[in-house]
Each structure stands twice: as C-alpha cells, then as structure tokens.
Design a protein. Structure first.
Length: 535
C-alpha cells in the first residue's frame, strides 16, 4: 500500500490540464456546444411557441391529467414559460451532462492507466494524484462552462434570472456529482469498461428511483434518494429551493474525499476491488470468432438484461396505481379514445414507456457495435485478421450481438414488466402482445447499429459521431410535441416510423424502409472495412 496523500502528489496538475485541453481541443468544445444547443432549443421553443398563457395552461392541464407523463417527465411546478423550460430541461438535461462527465473522466483517468501513458507520466515530475485532479478540474470546468452558457442564454431569451441561474447551476452541479462518482469508480476497478458499468448503473438507478418516486404518487419521498429528483425539486422558476444546492455540494465533497483516499490506497494500474483470476485453460468456445465475441460482449449483455428486468419489475409494480388514475380521469380517457379508439389505459402506459426506453435500448446496440473500433484500436483484431479469421467474419461475429442483444433486453424488460403487473393486479396478461409491441422498435435500433458500423468501416476515427446522431434523434423525439416543422424533419429519426401497436397502429411500409436502411448501412460498413487499412 502507498503512503497517505502528500503535497507533491499534485505536482504537474496544471501541465496535465493543458495536455487534456490540447488533446480534446475539438471534442470538448463540440460536446459543450451540442449540450448547450439542446437547452437553448428547449428554451426557445417554449419562449416563442408558448408565449400565450392560454396555450401554456392547456399544456399544463394535459400533462397534469396524464399520470404516465408525470411519472416519466415529472410534474410541472409552474405554468409560466420559465416553469415549462425548467420542467422539460429536468427530463433530458441531467442524463446528457452525466454522460459527458462519465466520458471525460474515464477517458482521462482509467483509460490513461490501461494504455500505459500514466506510467510514463509518473516517471516524470507528475505527482500521483495529478491525473485524477486534472481530470476532475477539466470535467467540472466543462460542466460549469455549460451551466454558465445556459444561464446567459436563458436570460438572453427573456427568462427571469433567478430561475436561469438555478437551472444552469443545477446542471453544472449534477455533472460535477457524476464526475465525482466516476472518480470513485475508476479507483475500484482495473478496466475502463468496468468503471463505465458502475457509473452507468448508478445513473440508471438514479433515473429509476426518480421515475418510481413520481411527484403525484404516494411515494414522492423516494425521489429524494435520487439526485435527478433533486434537480426537479429545486423548482427553477417556481420559488427556487436554494438549499438543495448545498446538498449537492456536500455529496460532491464527500465523494471527492473518498476518490482521493481510494487513489492513495491502490497501486498504479490496479483497482481496489480484486481482479478475478481466469481459468488455466481457455474454453473451446474461444477457438472461433463468434465465441471470442461472446466472451467480450457477455458481461455487458447480462448487465443490461438484469438492470432492465429489475426496471420492468418495479414499473410493473407501479402500473396498477397509474392505470387506476387513468380510469378515474375522464379527460385523459377522452385523449386515449382519440389516440386509439377504445385504447386501454395499461396499453397507453406501456406505449409511453416504450417510446422512451426504445431509444435507451439503442444505446446498448451502439455500445456493442463500437466494440469493433475498441478492439481495432487495442490491436486485438489485427492478431485475428492476420491469421485464419476473415475481416467479414470478424465483423459479423461482433455485430451479431449488437443486433441480437437489444432484442434480448427488450424481451427481458417486457416479460418482467408483464409478470410483475400480472402478479400485483391479478389480471391475466397477453405477454406475447406486449413483447410484439416492444420488438417493433428493433429496426430503429438496428439503424443506430448500422450508423456505427458504417462509420467504423468508412471513417473509423469518426465513430463517435454515432452518439451525435443518437442525440439528434433523441431531441427530435423528445420535442416532437412542441415542434411545428415539416414531416420530413421528423422522419429523419428512425424512431418516428415505429408504430404504436398497442394503440392500434399497424406495421406499414415505413417500418420495412427502416429495415432496408439498416441493412444498407451495415452493408456499406462491412464493405468499407474490407477495403480499408487497419488503423
């Protein structure tokens, strides 16, 4: 074990910050600008589209009369333009800033150790804690800069300064909180992928707790166990609760103390949690490319299946309360009738869940597809391709799990949800019908996989643009209710073409077109990889 933290442990921190900023001179401004544009777009839409009080009151009444919307989006605390902006920002904002923080922290801490760069740095005048400190300063600085842009933009759009400051500060502190959590995670594990699993698990737990402890339910107290719930409870533009920022600060400082303590107690390149030793002999499944791909992908696949099976159980448990509120709400039942004839409240609840989770499951497909690039960068694929495995076979082996994995996660979620709801309500469920309604999201997910594979095959250095495309589609689908634009703009997103089968939509030619687009993208990616150099 190492000695306690010393002053010299921080030497060279400023030099490392300069190195990080130089290395991320393109991606960091793009990330901050992209996230800033998301918040600015949300604010601009409400400022210019909902300037009249009668329109805002209609929207507020519609949301408050829909328990499922309250469960997934939170309740609207104030019907002013600022209140609507804060409500919508609290839905997607914390997730986006969290993903940025996780990406930056792992990129500049555990990834540096795994690649051997930290060992070279530590052989110079760089202190032991300098890498962690520089990553934290850079990541928190990016969040603070984003928060500042949000504040200035909101005030520039004519929103009250108090609510603008509260929104910007909430996003900045939530990003810093996830940076601190990631700082702890990278001390616990030896690999960047394990650290990523830990932080993503924590983020999903925060989101799940926030959804279960929905505001108009009887377990609202549960949302206080989630920092995402704190963002909503701050009440920007609705009589701000400034003391909650102190809660953020206390937890951030506590996590930072833990991260530095754990860092001082481990060896370089190692983690606090012991690494499990592998078997003395490799299993027979590793003698082929598909078996090797399974070995690389199975951890993430099991992780997603378990997480979303648990999520299905919890949401199914809460569904009875939600559907009862639907039935007791004549106004919302009229909306259901307009949407799908004699639509059942339970069908509406599941449809709203799938609208959101279908896009979340696409993240799994992207992560699995990007394993191709990860293995290439690590030079692992080179050893296989130069021997008996063809390029096409290697790509297909990894892509198989990117295509099939999301389907398995969808099925696990739908089955656990149906069984949980059936046990709680005592009502027999048509499980096959629910599973079918979930599986229609598969072609849209495959398009996202296709984008990742196409970029990998044609321009491998730009595979990260897949996340930009995912963000664009997410924005289109989240803001579709508030955008008065041509249909072709909405049709850019593959998720726009997914039918709501439970609300009596039928599978049309548009879904077939989505499948063809996915096949085309995957095909050009495979062909491109077969013709390019290994980088």
């Amino acid at each position: 074990m190492n000695s306690p933290i010393k002053k010299d442990d921080y030497s060279g921190t400023m030099s490392l910050i300069s190195l990080i900023l130089r290395r991320d001179r393109i991606i960091l401004p793009v990330l901050i600008l992209f996230l800033a544009l998301v918040f600015i777009s949300i604010a601009a839409i409400f400022v210019y589209t909902y300037s009249e009080a009668v329109l805002r009151e209609g929207l507020v009444l519609q949301i408050r009369s829909n328990p499922a919307s309250v469960a997934f989006l939170g309740s609207i605390l104030d019907s002013s333009v600022g209140g609507l902006v804060a409500w919508r920002s609290a839905v997607i904002g914390p997730i986006l800033v969290a993903l940025m923080s996780i990406f930056l922290m792992i990129r500049h801490t555990r990834s540096e150790e795994r690649k051997g760069r930290l060992e070279l740095l530590n052989s110079t005048a760089v202190g032991r804690q300098a890498l962690l400190t520089s990553a934290l300063i850079t990541t928190c600085g990016a969040n603070i800069l984003l928060g500042t842009i949000i504040v200035i933009s909101f005030i520039g759009l004519g929103l009250p300064w108090e609510g603008s400051v509260a929104t910007g500060l909430a996003m900045a502190l939530f990003g810093c909180l996830l940076a601190a959590i990631t700082g702890v995670a990278v001390q616990l594990t030896e690999s960047s992928s394990d650290a990523r699993y830990i932080t993503i698990t924590v983020l999903i737990a925060f989101l799940l707790i926030r959804m279960v402890g929905w505001d108009d339910g009887q377990i609202v107290w549960l949302s206080w166990f989630s920092p995402i719930g704190w963002v909503h409870h701050i009440g920007a533009f609705a009589g701000e609760e400034w003391w909650i920022f102190g809660l953020f600060t206390i937890f951030i400082l506590g996590l930072l103390f833990l991260a530095y303590y754990l860092s001082s107690q481990r060896d370089m390149g190692a983690g606090i949690l012991p690494q499990r030793e592998g078997p003395a002999r490799a299993p027979s499944t590793l003698t082929n490319s598909l078996g090797l791909a399974w070995r690389l992908q199975r951890g993430m696949l099991f992780f997603w299946i378990i997480i979303f099976a648990l999520m299905g159980v919890l949401l199914g448990y809460n569904a009875q309360t939600v559907t009862n509120l639907f039935i007791d709400n004549p106004q919302f039942m009229n909306i259901l009738t307009q949407l799908g004839g004699a639509a059942d409240p339970l069908d509406s609840y599941i449809t709203m869940m799938l609208l959101l989770l279908g896009q979340v499951f696409a993240i799994y497909g992207i992560l699995a597809a990007l394993k191709l690039r990860s293995e290439e960068v690590k030079k692992h694929s080179e050893f296989l391709i130069t021997n008996s495995v063809s390029r096409t076979r290697w790509v297909f082996s990894n892509m198989f799990f990117a295509l099939v994995g999301p389907v398995l996660v969808l099925i696990a979620f739908t089955l656990s949800y149906s069984l949980s709801y059936g046990l709680i309500s005592g009502v027999e469920q048509d499980i096959l019908r629910f599973v079918s309604a979930a599986l229609v999201y598969t072609p849209a997910i495959w398009v996202m996989v296709g984008i990742a594979v196409a970029l990998f095959g044609l321009v491998p250095r730009l595979t990260s643009l897949t996340w930009l495309a995912m963000g664009l589609f997410l924005i289109i689908n989240l803001l579709v209710d508030f955008l008065d634009v041509n249909q072709w703009v909405l049709d850019i997103s593959p998720f726009t073409h997914v039918p709501n089968m439970l609300l009596r939509d039928t599978v049309g030619w548009s879904l077939v077109l989505v499948v063809l687009v996915a096949v085309f993208l995957i095909s050009i990616g495979i062909v491109g990889y077969g013709r390019r150099d290994i980088t």
